[in-house]
Design a protein around this ligand. Structure first.
Ligand SMILES: NC(=O)C1=CN([C@@H]2O[C@H](COP(=O)(O)OP(=O)(O)OC[C@H]3O[C@@H](n4cnc5c(N)ncnc54)[C@H](OP(=O)(O)O)[C@@H]3O)[C@@H](O)[C@H]2O)C=CC1
Ligand SMILES: O=C1OC[C@@H](O)[C@H](O)[C@H]1O
Length: 398
């Protein structure tokens, strides 16, 4: 599945000449040294590519269950020289030359390895969904507090200036309060193997956890920041489409819920509708639906509608008010002056993570850094648990 993201990124990099630029990046004398647990398909897009243009970070170790797989990734992406291959995840979290660990494991293994890494003194960047369920997320939060380590869910879309601009338009009040939010995300038919990690219950499979952007973005747009962790969220409906070979797996999910911001915000409740599909059904049961559909968010306000196309991946896509289109690629209300037109959502995320790690190590506070706090990640896991319960499916990881 990650090959789609990789193809888009390669095109972007080719268009903007990013590969030449990577060759000329001079690393700082004290970069954040990142180790990776597993040779996951997403590693290039989410980490190797962004680190390639970041002077303050470097990838120093990859551990896979089979060492040759880690070595193959190092060779394939030209990380040799600075990056060690290990035949286990333990070796990565025990490596004293690793400052932070990126965790792109199946969702059901995130909590275990995030906790192990933090207990070994590492900061952690944890792929979405942060854990299998809310209880595990609370455990991650507890260990982050105990160890003083940073733990960040890799919700890359939240670091892009275009998303911040949409949020700014909503919160400015110029169009009134948000009333309804609709978010859709789907994957073309047959894009993933039948035994993909997303279709395995013991690994935390299912559309809710895999496409958790739909819950995260709907709630982010519906609730004034920073009150989301204390909003009242009530699931109205949750309709899964069950995977043909595993009755515990939601291959698709359609859910509605109301989000009531805390009374202190003075904001009214918002109706949310989210729809996620890991295997778009064949048209008339005959024709595979391979045409990519960009992730899409629509926010209905009292006096305008905002449509945000490709809200997840872009690179500054579009922000449309009632009758105009805005394109935002850099800077914005959260970053201030920062970024390049070719920075991916992941590049922005790595920018924030590295700055957060450096600040934590130096005992400094950072101002205005985009972030997804653990209280919010935990709240989203509560929503996903509740959707599973409402759908009559087991909460993952129990
Ligand atoms: N941010 C984004 O845009 C995206 C995020 N993701 C997230 O990244 C994570 C990984 O996804 P993706 O790269 O597509 O997945 P992959 O299947 O490519 O990678 C998962 C890795 O997990 C390891 N693993 C450990 N135990 C098991 C097991 N029992 N069965 C299978 N694999 C195991 C494997 O590591 P080893 O190398 O040791 O064999 C494998 O490389 C998920 O959390 C997913 O939600 C995925 C795609 C996009
Ligand atoms: O970006 C994504 O798109 C498709 C999903 O299966 C994947 O895990 C997700 O992060």
């Amino acid at each position: 599945m990650s090959w789609i993201g990789q193809a888009m990124l390669n095109l972007n990099n080719w268009y903007h000449g990013v590969n030449k630029l990577k060759a000329s990046v001079k690393k700082d004398s004290n970069p954040v040294r990142i180790g990776v647990v597993s040779a996951a398909a997403i590693n290039f897009v989410a980490l190797f590519d962004p680190v390639g243009t970041h002077p303050g970070a470097t990838v120093v170790a990859i551990g896979a269950r089979d060492k040759s797989k880690a070595q193959a990734q190092i060779d394939h992406y030209g990380l040799g020289g600075t990056c060690k291959a290990y035949g286990s995840y333990d070796e990565v979290v025990n490596d004293k030359d690793v400052d932070a660990v990126y965790i792109p494991l199946p969702n059901g293994l995130h909590a275990e390895w995030a906790i192990k890494a933090m207990r070994k003194g590492k900061h952690v960047l944890i792929e979405k969904s942060i854990t299998s369920n809310a209880a595990e997320c609370r455990e991650v939060e507890k260990v982050a507090k105990e160890t003083g380590k940073l733990a960040l869910e890799a919700f890359h879309y939240r670091f892009h200036p275009a998303v911040h601009r949409v949020k700014e338009l909503i919160e400015s009040g110029q169009y009134g309060n948000p009333k309804e939010v609709f978010v859709r995300m789907s994957v073309p038919s047959d894009a993933m193997a039948k035994n993909d990690i997303r279709f395995q219950y013991p690994l935390g499979g299912g559309a809710c956890l895999d496409l958790s952007y739909i819950f995260s973005s709907a709630c982010y747009f519906a609730c004034p920041t920073p009150s989301l962790p204390t909003a009242e969220i009530t699931i109205q409906t949750a309709t899964p489409r069950i995977h043909p070979v595993d009755a515990q797996i939601d291959e698709a999910i359609d859910a509605t819920f109301t989000l009531e911001p805390p009374p202190a915000t003075g904001k009214p409740a918002v109706k949310c509708h989210v729809s996620g599909d890991l295997n778009r059904p064949y048209v008339w049961g005959l024709i595979p639906c391979w045409i990519p559909k960009m992730p899409f968010a629509r926010i209905e306000l009292e006096r305008a509608r905002i449509e945000f196309n490709n809200f997840k991946d872009e690179r500054g896509r579009l922000v449309a008010g009632s009758k105009r289109t805005e394109k935002v690629w850099t800077d914005g209300p959260v970053w201030g002056k920062r970024g390049e037109v070719w920075w991916s959502t992941y590049r922005y995320m790595v920018e924030a993570f590295v700055e957060g790690v450096k600040a934590r190590e130096e005992g400094r506070d950072v101002e205005r850094l985009p972030w997804v706090g653990l209280a919010e990640s935990g709240k989203m896991m509560e929503v996903i648990d509740a959707v599973y319960e409402r759908a009559g499916l087991a909460v993952r990881g129990l």
